[in-house]
Design a protein around this ligand. Structure first.
Ligand SMILES: *Cc1c(COP(=O)(O)O)cnc(C)c1O
Length: 396
């Protein structure tokens, strides 16, 4: 991702910023599109992972739909040219204003997360003389085997409708004249790396679609959600395994004639395409710890502080100096490794990217790359401490 020219370009820029490698994004999107098209699957990009305009433009140009979780995301998807017939709208707390926006813009489907919400959407649609297309988001109680902060499909989670509430859903669907039932929706968590989890999800989806069909509701759409994980430990040239992911659904989902299978991938499409670039401000050597104090912190990338997430951290200046100054093979020993806690400048003790990182000795001004930051990175930036809004630059 970082050749000498790129690093030289960084040297002239103010930090921190997100660096987007659009070629990595293109390769990832191509792989996802080809692997899904093989089976006729529909992919909606989960916009909350990254709504940077350049990123959205490229994703839209690949023909993916959009999975939105707020009215503003629905609006942004339409503004960036996503086909409104390919926009789905999930969220456990949609406001009336947001539902009305979805109705006014004729989105493909509301993914509905409670019986109460079904009734509210029905009422708002009736007031407009419209029919709202809905899918029922079911909480299937399937363990995603991921960090408990990013699990969404267990009984203890707030998302979706629990299986024991389905009789109430059937009653509501029969009563609500301004709803059109499209199908069933699931999303059990994020950063899922064990494909066995998706096999279990398929089993549950098959049971659920039988339940709806048995109760007189034909299921046209099976939406399996997203959650496919990426490798945060080796970011280079490491695109998510879309082939095997989609193959699991091909093998284990019971797809009936005329049914559509939908996916909502976020992280796996964008994570590897960006890094957060920062500089070392200070090196603090303590009795117990050495600290590298960066000019980026939780206001630019919150995942380590929010979910104890791991990101690979690289010192670009020291690496590049060694490569440039010592090109002879026998002459390129790495600098002595020191252990650092890599921290940000924010006034919170949790503002730490990683503890005890083994690094070449680092100095004020060194450029630091925090990798695999394309998903849930820039979008979670905040103005806490009245920080400047983080910028972004692009490889092309
Ligand atoms: C966040 C989200 C996704 C995407 O999750 P990833 O882990 O980024 O793939 C898909 N569907 C819904 C409903 C979501 O909330």
């Amino acid at each position: 991702m970082f050749n000498t020219d790129t690093i030289n370009r960084f040297n002239d820029l103010d930090t921190p910023f997100y660096y987007y490698d659009l070629e990595v994004l293109r390769q990832t999107l191509t792989a996802a599109r080809d692997a899904s098209a093989k089976h006729g699957f529909h992919v909606h990009y989960a916009m909350k992972a990254n709504f940077n305009p350049r990123v959205l433009d490229m994703i839209q140009s690949f023909g993916f739909g959009a999975d939105c979780v707020s009215g503003n995301e629905v609006r942004a998807a339409i503004d960036r040219g996503f086909d409104k017939g390919k926009i789905v709208f999930a969220g456990v707390g949609k406001s009336d204003k947001e539902i009305n926006l979805g109705l006014d813009t004729d989105i493909f489907c509301f993914n509905v997360e409670s019986v109460q919400e079904l009734n509210i959407i029905d009422g708002l649609a009736a007031a407009k003389g419209k029919k709202a297309k809905v899918a029922i988001r079911i909480n299937p109680n399937v363990d995603a085997h991921t960090h408990h902060f990013i699990t969404t499909g267990l009984d203890e989670n707030k998302f979706g409708i629990n299986i024991w509430q389905l009789p109430d859903v059937a009653t509501a669907l029969r009563q609500c004249k301004n709803l059109e039932f499209l199908g069933i929706h699931f999303h059990i968590g994020s950063q899922i790396t064990d494909l066995e989890v998706y096999k279990n999800l398929c089993t549950r989806i098959n049971e659920m679609q039988d339940w709806f069909e048995d109760h007189g509701f034909p299921v046209k759409v099976l939406n399996t959600g997203g959650g496919l994980g990426v490798d945060y430990y080796s970011p280079d040239g490491n695109i998510a395994d879309f082939e095997n992911y989609f193959q699991v659904f091909k093998n284990f989902l019971n797809v009936k004639p005329g049914q559509e299978v939908h996916f909502e991938l976020g992280r796996a499409l964008v994570a590897q395409s960006a890094s957060l670039i920062s500089r070392v401000l200070y090196v603090k050597n303590g009795l117990k710890k050495n600290f590298l104090v960066l000019d980026a912190g939780m206001t630019e990338l919150m995942r380590p502080m929010l979910y104890q997430a791991y990101h690979q951290i690289e010192n670009l200046s020291q690496n590049s100096k060694f490569k440039i100054q010592n090109p002879e093979p026998g002459n390129s020993q790495p600098a002595a490794n020191i252990k650092y806690d890599v921290v940000g400048p924010i006034c919170e003790s949790t503002d730490c990217f990683q503890k005890d990182v083994e690094f070449p000795e680092s100095f004020r001004g060194d450029l630091i790359a925090i990798r695999t930051a394309g998903a849930y990175g820039e979008v979670m930036a905040s103005g806490y401490n009245l920080r400047d809004r983080v910028g972004s630059i692009y490889s092309e």
